[in-house]
Design a binder for this molecule. Sequence first.
Ligand code: KG4
Ligand code: ZN
Length: 365
Amino acid sequence: MTQGRTRARTRAPIVLGIESSCDETGAGIVSGGRLLAHAVASSMDEHARFGGVVPEIAARAHLHAFGPVVRAALDEAGLRLSDLDAVAVTTGPGLSGALQVGLAGAKSLAYAAGVPLYGVHHLAGHVAADTLAHGPLPDPCLVLIVSGGHTSLLLVRDLVREPLAHLGDTVDDAAGECFDKAARVLGLPYPGGPAIDRAARGGNPCAVAFPRPLTGARADPYAFSFSGLKTAAARWAEGYRLRGDALPLADGAASLQEAVADVLTRKALAACREFGVRTLVVVGGVAANSRVRALAEERCAAAGVALRVPPLTLCTDNGAMIAAVGDLLVRAGAAPAPPDLSVDPSAPLEYAALHPAAVPYARSA
Ligand code: KG4
Ligand code: ZN
């Protein structure tokens, strides 16, 4: 009995993470920085014919997938609801209805299990995803977040105790958004990023001289802009159509991918140099891009910078990354969310936790 209680007190807390900000319903379980299980259901196919995510369809799909996905994660870990010590859930940014389904489900689970709930910033989740594959983040490290809705360069010290310092963000479209929109004009399916990645195989990345936005000497060194690149891809495709010529798709896709990868890695490495940081972490859906990964590897190796990129399954949206933040918050002694925790669809990325005073000693420092 005593032995049992001691074991219960000394084992690392077990945290369930829920993600539902866009079209993926994810549940992941993390304990002491270790990934125990994760399951993801996607409504991507239901959105494909509309060329983008339809918020109402996404919210309904989350409702259907929530129970089975949580059950799948618990089964994979060989755990029951009563084994959990905390629940973490994405409360923003994202689609309002989609976030609300995840939050309502997470509140019910936390209440049923009698454990605390933590509200997590989706992008902090993307950053934490890498810790599940490569261990704790070094302090400091530079993080390049490249997703469908965000492109940011961050200087990260302690992910859950300190504010996240933005060196630069996109001034218009995100990198993933550029891929998604450009794919559409190139006649490729949604989501555009993976489609462009596939179409680029065998293409010549130097075939089309697409612009490298905001890389001039007078430009903000860490700001990004991708909407002009998307327009350039549209003009390029239009030229072929007007002439009645066949589109050299592989060359166009490879050249576009090269332009995005070039700008992202050039700016990230310039920041590593300026701030004397020895580790670059690339996360988010676009970190799954083969050319972004390869060029980052090449340029980091040349600059003597250690590169960390999560495995493909942890790059795109999932619940494990939210559980990873929850696990860090629990271990940092953060205060749980109040019972009236609500979603914040346009939450800025300032702290990993999305409720006040989650780590009070850090905020007042
Ligand atoms: O992080 P994520 O799953 O969702 C958001 O938080 O936005 O990222 C989705 C984005 C989409 O724009 C998708 O086209 C892009 O990531 N993406 C890729 C690849 N896989 C996903 N972009 C380029 N190459 C890929 N292989
Ligand atoms: Zn995401």
